[in-house]
Write a protein that binds this ligand. Structure first.
Ligand code: PLP
Length: 444
C-alpha cells in the first residue's frame, strides 16, 4: 500500500483524517471535534475556515497564482511588504519572502554573513545562538538550533553554533533576582563574543520567547535590552527569530516589542499566513539593504516560491484580518486570562511545576517533584502521555520536550488561535486538567 507518511509510532496507530475546521475547532472524518489548543504548530492564529482569506485566495488564483520573482513583482507582494514594514519596529523596512520558518532563519543567516562581506569584513561569518532554541529543521537552521533531540542524528554535519545558555527563569540559581539573572544571561553573550573574537562573529540569533525547545519560556525584563547593547558594542547583528512569536501571537505585533528592542534582522513564519498557505519572511533594516545595494546589489538567497503572488495575497488577507478584528489586543487580553487559568492548574496539580507565557503563547512544565523542580527522565515520556491523553479527549497541545540539555524537560505549549473566547478557554482548561489528572493517576 502506498500512502503519505502519517504513522504515529508512539501510539501505534495512524492519525485520524482531517475533515474541516471552523474557528478554534477541527473535525476529523469520523465526526470527532478537537479544540486546536496550539493552533497546529502555533500557526493557525486567526482560526480555521475564515471566509475572507478563502476569498482572497480565490481572487488571486483567478488573476495569477505564480509569477517568478526574478521576472515580476505583484500588487500582493508590494502591499504585503508595505504592511509588514508598517508593523515592524525601527527601519526593518525590507522583506525577503520565503515559504517556511527554516528558510527564513537560514536566509537571515546568509544575509548577515553577506552583509559583513559587502562591508569588507569577510571573517565575520559565525553565528552565536543559544542552547535552548529552535530555529528550523534544514541544516543551516538546525546548526543554529540548540534543540538537542532534533540535532542529535546530524551533529557531524552541523556547525557548532549554539554557544550560550538562554534565560530560563524557572530554573535560575536559587536566590538570584530576575534582574540579576537577566544581566547574567545576557552577559554570557559578551563573554562568548570575546572568546571567539568579535571579528569572527556575524550575528546572534534568539527567539524572543523560547518555543519548541522550552515551552513558552519568557526572558526576564532587561535581557534583550542588554543583548542589544552588547551586539552594538561588538558590531554583531541581532537576528530576532519571530517565526513563532511574530504577527500578534504574544499580544504585541512582535515579541521584541515587549522590550522596545529593534533587531537588525527579523524572521517571520507561522502566524504570518496563519496556515492558509506556506509563507515566511526575513525582514532587514535600511542599513543592510543599502550596504548590499551599494555592493554586489544581489541578495544571495532565494527559492522558487519566494514572493509568489498567491501566498502573498493570502498572507496579506491574514494581516488585514488581524488588524480588522483587533487580534493583537485580543491576544494580550485573552492570553492573560489563559495564563491565569494555567497558573491555577500549576497551584492545584502536583505534576505542574510552572505555568508561563506571554500573550497567547503559554506553556506548562511538568516535574516529578514540585519542591525540588526535579524533572522526569525523558524515557518516562510524561509530556507525550499528557499530549496523547488530551488528544483522546479532543484537545490539541504542542510538545516542547527535552529542553533541559536534551536529557530532560517535559513541557507543552498551549497557544490557541488569537480569536479564542473566555468560555472556550474554560473549555480548553477543563480538558487539559482531565488529561493531566489522568496521567498523574497512571504515574502513581
Ligand atoms: N523558528 C522558530 C522560532 C520556530 O518555532 C520554528 C518552527 O517551529 C522555525 C523557526 C522553523 O519553522 P518551519 O517549521 O516553518 O520551517
Amino acid at each position: 500500500m502506498s500512502r503519505s507518511y502519517v504513522i504515529k509510532p508512539e501510539l501505534g496507530k495512524t492519525y485520524p483524517f482531517i475533515s474541516h475546521g471552523k474557528g478554534i475547532y477541527l473535525y476529523d472524518k469520523e465526526g470527532n471535534r478537537y479544540i486546536d489548543g496550539c493552533s497546529g504548530a502555533v500557526t493557525a492564529s486567526i482560526g480555521h475556515g475564515v471566509e475572507e482569506v478563502a476569498e482572497a485566495m480565490y481572487q488571486q488564483a483567478k488573476q495569477v497564482s505564480f509569477a517568478y520573482r526574478s521576472h515580476f513583482s505583484s500588487d500582493a507582494v508590494e502591499e504585503l511588504g508595505a504592511k509588514l514594514a508598517e508593523w515592524a519596529p525601527g527601519s526593518l523596512n525590507w522583506t525577503f519572502f520565503v515559504s517556511s520558518g527554516s528558510e527564513a532563519t537560514e536566509t537571515a543567516q546568509k544575509i548577515a554573513i553577506q552583509y559583513w562581506q559587502e562591508k569588507g569584513r569577510p571573517t565575520k561569518n559565525r553565528i552565536i545562538s543559544r542552547w535552548m532554541s529552535y530555529h528550523g529543521i534544514t541544516m543551516g537552521a538546525l546548526s543554529m538550533s540548540g534543540h538537542v533531540l532534533r540535532r542529535k542524528r546530524f551533529v557531524p554535519l552541523l556547525e557548532d553554533y549554539p554557544t550560550i545558555t538562554g534565560p530560563y527563569p524557572y530554573r535560575r540559581p536559587a536566590g538570584m533576582s530576575l534582574e540579576a539573572y537577566a544581566l547574567e544571561c545576557a552577559n554570557e553573550l559578551e563573554r562568548a563574543i570575546l572568546r571567539i573574537g568579535a571579528e569572527q562573529v556575524a550575528a546572534f540569533i534568539a527567539e524572543p520567547v523560547i518555543g519548541a525547545s522550552g515551552g513558552a519560556v519568557v526572558p526576564p525584563d532587561g535581557y534583550f535590552q542588554r543583548i542589544r547593547e552588547i551586539c552594538d558594542k561588538y558590531e554583531v547583528l541581532f537576528i530576532a527569530d519571530e517565526v513563532m512569536t511574530g504577527v500578534g501571537r504574544t499580544g504585541k505585533a512582535f515579541g521584541v516589542d515587549h522590550w522596545g528592542v529593534v533587531p537588525d534582522l527579523m524572521t517571520l513564519g507561522k502566524g504570518m499566513s496563519a496556515g492558509y498557505t506556506p509563507m515566511a519572511a526575513t525582514m532587514v533594516t535600511d542599513e543592510i539593504i543599502e550596504t548590499i545595494t551599494k555592493g554586489s546589489g544581489l541578495i544571495m538567497a532565494g527559492h522558487t516560491y519566494s514572493a509568489n503572488p498567491q501566498s502573498a495575497a493570502v498572507s496579506l488577507a491574514v494581516l488585514q484580518y488581524v488588524e480588522k478584528h483587533g487580534l493583537i489586543e485580543k491576544a494580550a487580553e485573552q492570553g492573560a486570562y489563559l495564563l491565569s487559568r494555567l497558573q491555577e492548574l500549576a497551584e492545584e496539580l502536583p505534576l505542574v511545576g510552572e505555568a508561563r507565557g506571554l500573550g497567547m503563547l503559554c506553556g506548562l512544565e511538568f516535574v516529578k517533584n514540585k519542591e525540588t523542580k526535579e524533572p522526569f527522565a525523558l524515557s518516562e515520556g510524561v509530556a507525550a502521555k499528557i499530549i496523547a491523553k488530551a488528544f483522546e479527549k479532543g484537545l490539541l497541545i504542542y510538545p516542547a520536550i527535552g529542553g533541559i540539555d536534551g536529557v530532560a524537560g517535559d513541557s507543552v505549549i498551549v497557544a490557541p488561535p488569537l480569536t479564542i473566547t473566555k468560555e472556550q478557554i474554560d473549555e480548553l482548561i477543563a480538558l487539559l486538567k482531565e488529561a493531566i489528572v489522568s496521567v498523574q493517576q497512571e504515574l502513581k
